[in-house]
Design a protein around this ligand. Structure first.
Ligand SMILES: Cc1cc2nc3c(=O)[nH]c(=O)nc-3n(C[C@H](O)[C@H](O)[C@H](O)COP(=O)(O)OP(=O)(O)OC[C@H]3O[C@@H](n4cnc5c(N)ncnc54)[C@H](O)[C@@H]3O)c2cc1C
Ligand code: FES
Length: 340
């Protein structure tokens, strides 16, 4: 039995290691060339103290109170030199990846498909021949052309742990990556991915979820929904998905299928164009309903263009909605040389 342990470093780098049964996290990391902070490796000094964000583990009691106090233990602080995982875990390491002699990983992939799902959205499928790619649902990678002349961040839309990777990419008029993918790229071409990265990812699910997606902000939500499906989650989950025009909607079939596989999952589409025949028009901020907010006992995940994210943040503030947890990702465009 092995467990996948995500190590999230202070500088946004995520690395994934495999931990064998009865193996301590510090030893597993070292075996995989990651030198986590340590000194005594014996539960005495506290140098290896990290935060465990999710997962089950055994810490034993062979460590000193000076190294880890009871109140720290209650707050899910751990000593990696003592911690033996009993499930997959996410651990926050309070140190930059370079100080742990590790860094962002780079993978060579090849394009298997570029599919225009709508006039404004492309689905890019890549295959990584070397290995399966681990990430936390919601995270992104930097995607570069073979020549390395264009690099842009994109969020995974697939389930973690596969060698087949998918992305939903907005086809931006005159966009560098959009232009490359629509006019130049073809199956078999190489692309490099660097990552995974980002603090927008699915946390432990202990209360209802409200997912708010604008445009291709649906990508990380799909990955999150696939993970929830894999965990057979029965928590209420509602997705509010906003697009500009009817023709911009994508993946309706997948979302409908997910409502059958995830017992408490519902979704609504909201179209800004007032001529739409969809029941919900306007912006998603017009449709934040009490039944999806659970009196604040809800975790909100929000992703999309910066204007949409900012307007949701402002609306939550105005309406004094204070969710228990609130995570968001803005798809901020890169400032190009011409714009500087
Ligand atoms: C963390 C992160 C994750 C991201 N994940 C995704 C993702 O999963 N899917 C996705 O589609 N995008 C995502 N983005 C945005 C993406 O990285 C690019 O910015 C976007 O795809 C445009 O790239 P481009 O090279 O085609 O256009 P660029 O050459 O970068 O831009 C060309 C022009 O269009 C403008 N522009 C750029 N984006 C938009 C836009 N959305 N609407 C209107 N004008 C725009 C630019 O300001 C510029 O003037 C993400 C961004 C971040 C920061
Ligand atoms: S390295 Fe000293 S307590 Fe873990």
């Amino acid at each position: 039995m092995t467990y996948t342990i995500a190590l999230n470093f202070e500088d946004g780098v995520s690395r994934f290691i495999q931990c064998n049964a009865n193996e301590k996290v510090l030893d597993a990391a070292y075996r995989q060339q990651i030198n986590l902070p340590m000194d005594c490796s014996d539960g005495v000094c506290g140098t290896c103290k990290c935060q465990c964000e999710s997962g089950r583990f055994d810490l034993g009691d062979d460590y000193l109170e000076d190294a880890l106090s009871d109140s720290e233990r209650e707050q899910n602080m751990v000593l990696t030199c003592q911690m033996v995982p009993e499930s997959d875990c996410i651990i926050t390491v309070p140190m930059a990846s370079s100080l742990c002699k590790t860094a962002q990983q780079c993978f060579q992939t090849s394009i298997t498909n570029i599919n225009a799902l709508s006039p404004t959205t492309l689905e890019l499928t890549l295959e990584c021949a070397e290995t399966e790619i681990h990430f936390l649902s919601g995270q992104y990678v930097n995607l570069s052309t073979a020549q390395g002349d264009i690099t842009r961040p994109y969020s995974f839309s697939n389930l973690p742990g596969s060698s087949t990777l998918t992305f939903l990419i907005k086809n931006v008029p005159n966009g560098a990556m959009s232009g490359y993918l629509t006019q130049q790229a073809k199956p078999g071409d190489t692309m490099t991915i660097t990552g995974p990265q980002g603090s927008f990812y699915l946390r432990e699910v202990t209360r209802p979820l409200l997912l708010l997606a604008g445009g291709t902000g649906l990508a990380p939500m799909l990955s999150i929904l696939y993970s929830l499906q894999q965990r057979a989650s029965s928590m209420p989950i509602h997705l509010l998905y906003g697009v500009s025009k009817d023709c911009d909607r994508v993946k309706s079939d997948v979302l409908t299928e997910l409502t059958q596989q995830l017992p408490n999952f519902t979704f609504q589409l909201c179209v800004s164009d007032p001529t739409t025949s969809e029941p919900l028009t306007g912006h998603i901020t017009d449709h934040l309903r009490p039944e999806h907010l659970h009196g604040g006992d809800v975790d909100i995940y929000l992703c999309g263009p910066p204007t949409m994210v900012e307007s949701v943040i402002a609306t939550l503030k105005e309406q004094q909605i204070a969710p228990t947890n609130f995570y968001y990702e803005k798809f901020t465009p890169q400032i190009t040389a011409e714009q500087v």
